[in-house]
Design a protein around this ligand. Structure first.
Ligand SMILES: NC(=O)c1ccc[n+]([C@@H]2O[C@H](COP(=O)([O-])OP(=O)(O)OC[C@H]3O[C@@H](n4cnc5c(N)ncnc54)[C@H](OP(=O)(O)O)[C@@H]3O)[C@@H](O)[C@H]2O)c1
Length: 322
């Protein structure tokens, strides 16, 4: 997909493009038998994703740190469709303890899990450490999702095996993954305050989202597991994500309005990758505007993906020991 396609909305090989909405790309799909877990599904792109998946009759569990917002989001969806199956559960991705508690609570519900959408995120925040002492964008955008996915994998594998229905994991990345630190992931300086750049730290965490999906996909293929893992860039959409850069982004949007999408368009790639039958068996890929695209060289680096996997496990191990 080129800038021309982005601006004009011209469809790509999938038949969809930047102008396609989440409802359009999932038209006619029946998700009655699917249980979906989405992080940050109470606002922005995540809320629209929840709404559209619920309209297709999926059972959607919204994992949110703000339960008032999550309950409001649920109410909004129920007003549109009183039969929608939406539940909310508390999760703070920046806290490994909260992620573990969430997974325990979710597993205790004894629900199946077909689709996991790692959607929540923060962007460009000033330097801060999570309660576990980890740089906040890496902790929230990558590490929390990494642990969450690991803790839900047995459940997803069991569901895929017993139902015969392909499981899917979708990681929300960003085109910003190309703007990262010089080594891609700065393993030896993950919490370094001196070299911290709010933009590069965001890019690094979004690179990690792609590498995470890539390594998951490799493991699934090696184990012969019927689950796919892919990453997406949703496009540029004005949401609360821009809270730390609202003024500069509003100015940028004024001059580049032709590059921006609305929220229904922003949720399209996630919904497409989560539900579309044409992607059966497609795994380890990166999607933009509902079409496969090649990500950066770092994001295609299998050794880097494995290194990040081991690093993330060690980091989580060191926090739980402390
Ligand atoms: N918007 C864009 O232009 C754009 C571009 C590229 C990629 N993306 C990616 O798309 C995803 C969704 O972004 P969005 O634009 O929809 O932003 P958003 O409206 O700010 O939504 C992000 C969601 O993540 C939640 N969240 C943040 N920190 C969390 C934490 N510690 N624990 C649990 N939930 C947390 C937020 O909850 P609160 O409401 O409590 O903050 C919110 O519900 C992100 O991963 C982002 O990186 C967005």
């Amino acid at each position: 997909m080129s800038i021309f396609s982005l601006v004009t909305g011209r469809p790509g090989p999938s038949g969809f493009g930047s102008a396609s909405t989440a409802q359009e790309v999932t038209q006619g799909i029946d998700a009655t038998n699917l249980t979906v877990l989405i992080t940050g599904g109470a606002s922005g792109i995540g809320l629209e994703t929840t709404r559209v998946l619920a309209l297709h009759k999926a059972h959607v569990i919204v994992a949110a740190r703000n339960m008032d917002a999550a309950n409001e989001a649920k109410q909004l969806i129920l007003e549109e469709d009183e039969n929608a199956r939406v539940d909310v559960l508390k999760l703070d991705l920046s806290s490994l303890k909260s992620v573990t508690e969430f997974a325990d609570n979710f597993n205790a519900l004894d629900l199946p899990l077909n689709i996991l959408i790692n959607n929540a995120g923060i962007m460009f925040c000033p330097y801060q450490l999570s309660e576990d002492g980890i740089e906040m964008q890496f902790a929230t955008n990558h590490l929390g999702h990494f642990l969450l996915t690991n803790l839900l994998l047995d459940k997803m594998k069991h569901t895929a095996r017993t139902t015969g229905v392909e499981g899917r994991i979708v990681n929300l990345s960003s085109v910003a993954h190309i703007h990262t630190y010089k080594d891609g992931i700065q393993f030896d300086k993950i919490n370094d305050r001196k070299s911290y750049s709010d933009k590069r730290a965001y890019g690094q965490s979004k690179l990690a989202n792609i590498l995470h999906a890539k390594e998951l996909s490799r493991c699934f293929q090696e184990e012969g597991v019927n689950i796919t893992a892919n990453a997406v860039h949703p496009g540029l959409i004005m949401t609360n994500l821009f809270r730390y850069s609202a003024i500069s982004m509003s100015i940028l949007k004024f001059f580049s309005f032709f590059l921006w999408k609305n929220v229904p368009q922003g949720a399209a790639t996630t919904c497409f990758v989560a539900l579309h039958p044409s992607l059966k068996g497609v795994s380890g890929k990166y999607f933009v505007d509902c079409n496969e695209m090649e990500p950066s060289a770092f994001a295609r680096d299998e050794a880097l993906a494995r290194k990040l996997w081991d690093f993330s496990n060690k980091l989580i191990g060191s926090v739980s020991k402390a």
